[in-house]
Design a protein around this ligand. Sequence first.
Ligand SMILES: Cc1ncc(COP(=O)(O)O)c(C=O)c1O
Length: 463
Amino acid sequence: MQNVKILLDESEIPRQWYNLAADLPTPMLPPLGPDGKPVSPDMLAPVFPMNLIEQEVSTKRWIDIPSEILDILYRWRPAPLRRAVYLEKYLKTPARIYYKDESVSPAGSHKPNTAVPQAWYNKQFGIKRLTTETGAGQWGSALAFACSLIGLECKVFMVRISFEQKPFRKLMMQVWGANCIASPSNLTNAGRTILASMPDTPGSLGIAISEAIEAAVTDSTGETRYSLGSVLNHVLLHQTIIGLEAKAQLKKAGEKLPDIIIGCAGGGSNFAGLAFPFAQDMINGAQMTIIPVEPTACPKMTRGQFVYDHGDVACMTPLLPMHSLGHTFIPKPIHAGGLRYHGMAPLVCQGIVEGLFKPRAVAQLKCYESAMIWAKTEGTICAPETSHAIAAVIDEANKCRESGEQKVILFNYSGHGLMDLAGYDAYLSGKLTDYVLPDDEVQKNLQALKGMPKAEARKSGRW
Ligand SMILES: Cc1ncc(COP(=O)(O)O)c(C=O)c1O
């Protein structure tokens, strides 16, 4: 019998995170302040604690994981690497498909891998309270979980459409003691401004981020900071534990490096967590195809532009060099709430500019068809975000069937969908539709970037 679970002992857990910024052949462009000049670490201090800012700007290749953080992560890490033999058989593919199962965390996704360190570093810095935003509720529930273990208060602004579609995620946050609020809300200037002009808006991650930052920086006690679940360098850094474990596990399974690596990408964190440790091998000469997958309804990597843009609607964040659809873009309410974000992590974007990563967009119906195949073969019900990765995996595995190539495909099973059954309900009752963002809509939102500093697409030309 083929081994379908490849496990690591607690003693084999990675003890350092990997920082891709140390190895990118072309250095990253810096984030810019409102005056168009690079932001200094001090300017970020009202928003984040200095120990996390140091990680944000670090170019050290390896960063130690404190043992107190590992003690919390042992609850579910090392996470299993599984071989999708049942899907392989169904597809009649000679490809070997492996997936990192991040759905085993207490909150059900990869998000606690960074929620725990973020809460821990804030606590070390003397912070009492964290604010954040959440799309589908995965990040909000992960931070609520981490704050409850570490002893911090937690306030979560949840994108209104998900607040309504996903009441159980809100309840998870409440069980872990967090305060969850539908965004836009009346609690902040940013929220009130949006509600005045668009009272029926489904909300967006960009709006919720503005509210959460405002709630943190306007707390006069100075004991509140903001926490982000994706996009930033330190968040991606914490997620690299996924790829580092996967490397050790593939070796145990007798495999060399994978041929193809796939992850869905909202702000880029689960994709980066799996892919960055392997991108280091590519930079050192290995051949791989690394694919971040996004929805056709929110196609920032495949149809947006590489620009300097804000991470939020109210322009409270610095300008980040990234692929973006414009910070005013409000995506259609597709079920993959965590993929409804206008921008992408700058580190992932620099990898795209270099040609290390080859992004792809998939439509919603195809994703649900793939999730149904997955449920009927492998047995688990995936998150709507994860179904984007599975759709691309099935495409690649089918190509292998046609060509006869025995490729190794590795992907990130970023979360389960047991709190997201409304999307399956819509699919099964034939109510789900596809949405491809029209070109004029892309152009209209990119207009918001007129007059902003230009981001130069610098690359080594190696890929
Ligand atoms: C299960 C799952 N996968 C993927 C994502 C996308 O986020 P990221 O690109 O940061 O991994 C989310 C975001 O909420 C999620 O909940």
